[in-house]
Design a protein around this ligand. Structure first.
Ligand code: URA
Length: 200
């Protein structure tokens, strides 16, 4: 059993916040265990809660289209969420829920060691850039240690606000050159400092 699979078992047993009482299934995440690109969404929605898999509803369909636009399928990447259980009525995750779930995501990042972390939406952006505005930093890469952080809008946002669709499509196309660029960078020492890359 891989370390990630062991972690999934742990997540399935978790009762560290009240979402454990209302969830149908936990949604730990899925994809390549050695993925170069890791996407982080917000929280499972109705469909994900039924199936125990991330991004399998309408937002997931759009994410699949975005991945296809750069020649990838979801099995080529890893897809996780900030929290692993569905908030009732799809409300925003609460700070104690994010806090209770944080170590699961941290451990996924440690095990997978992606080269590029793509945050989808403001909750996953806030994990790395607290206080930042997504409208200001989406589509720009910053380096942290040997990893690039790349914030994007959440695909669900484009379903409600069609003008965001083009922005998401344009930002997605920046990922392949980003990956090529980070592959050239020698594994830099981990530093707390987050430096803005002058890639775009
Ligand atoms: N939205 C998310 O943020 N995550 C999912 O898994 C599905 C929809």
């Amino acid at each position: 059993m891989s370390k990630l699979t062991e972690l999934y078992d742990e997540i399935a047993q978790c009762h560290d916040c009240s979402l454990a009482k209302t969830r149908l299934k936990v949604v730990p995440g899925e994809g390549r265990e050695d993925a170069d690109i890791l996407f982080i969404g917000e929280a499972p929605g109705w469909h994900e809660n039924q199936q125990g898999r991330p991004f399998v509803g309408p937002a997931g369909q759009f994410l699949d289209e975005l991945l296809a636009s750069i020649g990838l399928q979801r099995t080529d990447v890893y897809i996780a969420n900030v929290i692993k259980c569905r908030p009732p009525n799809n409300r925003d995750p609460l700070p104690p829920e994010i806090e209770a779930c944080a170590s699961f995501l941290d451990r996924q990042l440690e095990m997978i060691v992606p080269r590029v972390i793509v945050t989808l939406g403001r909750f996953s952006m806030a994990k790395f850039f607290p206080g930042e505005s997504i409208s200001r930093i989406h589509g720009t890469a910053r380096k942290r240690g040997g990893t690039l952080l790349f914030p994007m809008y959440h695909p669900a946002a484009a379903l409600h606000q069609p003008s965001l669709r083009k922005i998401l499509e344009t930002d997605m196309l920046k990922i392949p050159p980003l990956l090529a660029k980070v592959a050239d960078v020698p594994a830099a020492q981990e530093t707390e400092e987050i430096k803005q890359l002058s890639l775009f």
